[in-house]
Ligand binder design. Sequence first.
Ligand SMILES: Nc1ncnc2c1ncn2[C@@H]1O[C@H](COP(=O)(O)OP(=O)(O)O)[C@@H](O)[C@H]1O
Ligand SMILES: [Mg+2]
Length: 371
Amino acid sequence: MRLSSLHLDRFRNIRRADLAFGEAPLHIFVGENGQGKTNLLSAIYWLATLTPLQTHKGRELVMWGEQEARVRGEVLSGELRRSLAVSYEVGQGGQGAARGAAREGKRVPPSQYFGALTVVAFTPRDLDLVRGGPDDRRRFLDRAVFNERPAHLHAVQSFGAALEGRNRLLRDGAPDALVAAYEGTLAELGARLMGARARYAQALAPLFSSTLRDICGVSGAVAYRPALETPDLLAAPEGEVQEALARRWAESRAADRLRGFTQRGPQLDDLSLRLSDHSAKSYASQGQQRAIALALKIAQIELLSARAGERPVLLLDDVSSELDARRAGLLFSFLDRFGGQVFLTTTHERHIPRHEEATLWRLEGGAVLGS
Ligand SMILES: Nc1ncnc2c1ncn2[C@@H]1O[C@H](COP(=O)(O)OP(=O)(O)O)[C@@H](O)[C@H]1O
Ligand SMILES: [Mg+2]
């Protein structure tokens, strides 16, 4: 799939931009720091995922002093042409902000929005996959599953809502029967969530190991690390996993009541990353940690491309500055082979191999100066 056009309206520091992307796969956003390169990538990311790329709130998508931000784009996928549009309106006095998403000009709920444009972003924060806490890795895992099965988002959100429900009951001192009923729902949603995570991690594992061997010549492994023990998630029937989860939560109910929240469950799941059979977080060098983060992303893209039968759109923010020459070389050789559409940012095109074949877009003070 490829994005064929992109229109921004009062999006962060970009008042207005209308870009048409031809068939050449590589697009480079070039400019000094602070000009709007990352913002342009975030617009694409927002259009694809309905979530901001950086960790800012929805209202920060809107240009300062303005009330609304809009991004539109057209996506080509085989013979199909789809149009996507997102908007964010700041409410009066900061209250009642309104988000909107539309496909083919019709407003749709998120569940019907996803699937037209799939992106994978590389950012300097990817290093948190190795150095950060379980939540960074869990988010990566869930987003990767979601890219292949948009319904996974709903599973994650429903589980979160049910978890919040049980926690509220525990804090309110609700009777056991009521809490037990919630545990049943939680177990059903949890088993589905964990099953999807386990199956994804299992498919990712061999691709990760081979990519890592290519990139830094060492052996490494990734595996799903659920916070709760269950029967084999890949082999046991889902009903058995459900029963095991419900039992666990029933057993810990008294202790959870004392703490006022659910202390264990898939809300704490992790991915384990190993390098030469040691924990990557404590054992790998800086360079190796970068290679591991890169290998995870590349493995994700390989899997996604193979399963969807088409390539996602890649967004790379400032990555060449994050990698040493050798690993940057490996990344670009991957991009060369990749063949799909790639958007990347840099302060100077000379940092990017084969930039002569790319389309350059210069950014200055939020204005896109054309290709
Ligand atoms: N909501 C906003 N409205 C206007 N300007 C913004 C907003 N959010 C960020 N900016 C500005 O955008 C610029 C950063 O753009 P960015 O895309 O991160 O630059 P870079 O080219 O370095 O990637 C900064 O100058 C910042 O002040
Ligand atoms: Mg930037």
